[in-house]
Design a protein around this ligand. Structure first.
Ligand SMILES: [Zn+2]
Length: 274
């Protein structure tokens, strides 16, 4: 599932490739993937200019002229591909296509079809506050150490689950949660209330470090993730614990353990993470 670094890679690519383009028409063979009415959706976007592409957490906002915004959820296997030439065949998993005036196409490919497109209206006030039900983006300037402390003190759970809670802070999924907690040297089962100030600080800086590094390497391709050119990310080579159960910890040679927290696979070094 694409997390913040993968979504940020796609958003940066889209701004380079299709910003300023006009949407001439839209095609879909998966009506259920469009929230609301397909005809209304087409009518609202056709003829509009792509002003820019933004990201809040793992959500993509395609901002069009006239205040129209298409909210894109990639979910499990969604991918946005920019094609310059008309392909000979429609790719099997392409379910929605935005045709652009220059001849380019923005294709939404989705193997498992959990992804969605939705028209939303964003007022200036909401823009400041983010999206309804979505917590603060972890790369937002307002996501300071004191804000992070406030967020983790707001829910009694373990550290791993609060990192994954999109209503509290947006952008981290299971891959990066495991890597962040390892980087910080904290046991993933530790309760948020047991964390000392120095430990919270270590987790906060691990979030910044791991996420920025993953963006630099254009995300992690463990299963389906591809960027807007269909290329894989490179951060999977840097993973220290995720899907490395049974292998040696790179810091201390202890065997990485696998467990489950909230039904999600969890990986940690029993020696380095206390
Ligand atoms: Zn270790």
């Amino acid at each position: 599932m694409p997390e913040l670094p993968e979504v940020q890679t796609i958003v940066s690519d889209l701004n380079m490739k299709i910003k300023g383009e006009i949407v001439t028409s839209f095609w879909s063979d998966w009506k259920k993937g469009i929230r609301g009415n397909l005809r209304k959706f087409k009518k609202e976007i056709e003829g509009k200019k792509i002003i820019n592409v933004e990201r809040i957490g793992k959500n993509i906002l395609l901002k069009l002229s006239g205040g129209t915004v298409v909210l894109i959820h990639l979910r499990m296997t969604g991918a946005l591909l920019v094609k310059s030439q008309i392909p000979k065949f429609k790719e099997k998993y392409t379910h929605h296509i935005f045709f652009l005036k220059s001849g380019k196409r923005l294709e939404f490919s989705d193997i498992r079809k959990f992804g969605s497109l939705e028209l939303i209206k964003i007022s200036k006030k909401e823009k400041m506050a983010g999206l309804k039900g979505i917590g603060i983006d972890i790369l937002d300037k307002k996501f300071t150490l004191s804000e992070f402390n406030r967020v983790i003190e707001s829910r009694k759970t373990n550290i791993k689950q609060i990192l994954l809670d999109q209503r509290k802070m947006a952008g981290i999924g299971n891959i990066y949660a495991n890597e962040i907690i390892y980087e910080a040297g904290i046991n993933p089962k530790r309760s948020t209330s047991s964390l000392r100030p120095t430990e919270k600080k270590a987790i906060y800086f691990a979030i910044k470090k791991i996420i920025k590094k993953a963006i630099k390497f254009r995300g992690t391709s463990i299963s389906d993730y591809r960027d807007s050119s269909g290329e894989r990310g490179k951060f999977q080579k840097m993973l220290k614990v995720y899907q490395r159960a049974g292998q040696k910890c790179s810091k201390c040679d202890t065997i990485i353990k696998r467990s489950a927290i909230g039904q999600r696979s969890t990986f940690h070094c029993p020696k380095c993470q206390k």
